[in-house]
Design a protein. Structure first.
Length: 132
C-alpha cells in the first residue's frame, strides 16, 4: 500500500475521511493538512499500515489475553456509522466491566465528529469512584 500512496497522501487522506465519517465536514482542511504532513514523514505510512499487517498476530495475542480479563472499568465507544457496537463487543472479551456503547450520527472519528458527546462520556466514566 505504501507504494500506491506515497506522493498521494492528500488524495488518500481525503478519501479515507470522506468515506469513513458520518459528517465529513467535521474533518477540516487544517485537520487534513496535518494528517497529510504526518503521513509524509519517513516511515509513517509503513508504521500506519503495520497496524493492519499485525492483525493476525494480534488475534493470537488477544485470545491469550482474554483468558485473564481486566478487572478495571473500560470505556468502549464506537460511531454508529462505523464499527458501532462492535467496539464494546470486542472489549467485552477482555474486561469484566465494560461501559460505553454507540455514538449516534458518528463515523470513525468520534473526537472530530462528536466532541461534546465524547467529552460527556469521558467525564461520566472518569468520575467513577476510586477502586470501582
Amino acid at each position: 500500500p505504501e507504494a500506491l500512496i506515497t506522493g498521494r497522501e492528500e488524495i488518500y487522506s481525503r478519501w479515507f475521511f470522506s468515506n469513513f465519517a458520518y459528517n465529513p465536514a467535521a474533518i477540516t482542511p487544517d485537520d487534513v493538512a496535518e494528517y497529510v504532513r504526518c503521513l509524509q514523514q519517513p516511515g509513517a505510512l509503513r508504521s500506519g499500515f503495520g497496524y493492519y499487517r499485525a492483525m493476525a498476530a494480534d488475534a493470537v495475542a488477544f485470545a491469550e489475553a482474554a483468558k485473564t480479563p481486566l478487572d478495571c472499568p473500560v470505556l468502549a465507544l464506537g460511531g454508529a456509522q462505523s464499527i458501532g457496537a462492535g467496539v464494546k463487543l470486542c472489549a467485552d472479551q477482555f474486561a469484566s466491566d465494560v461501559r460505553g456503547g454507540v455514538i449516534e450520527e458518528c463515523g470513525h472519528w468520534i473526537p472530530e465528529e462528536k466532541p461534546a458527546e465524547l467529552l460527556a462520556e469521558l467525564r461520566a466514566f472518569l468520575a467513577l469512584p476510586a477502586g470501582v
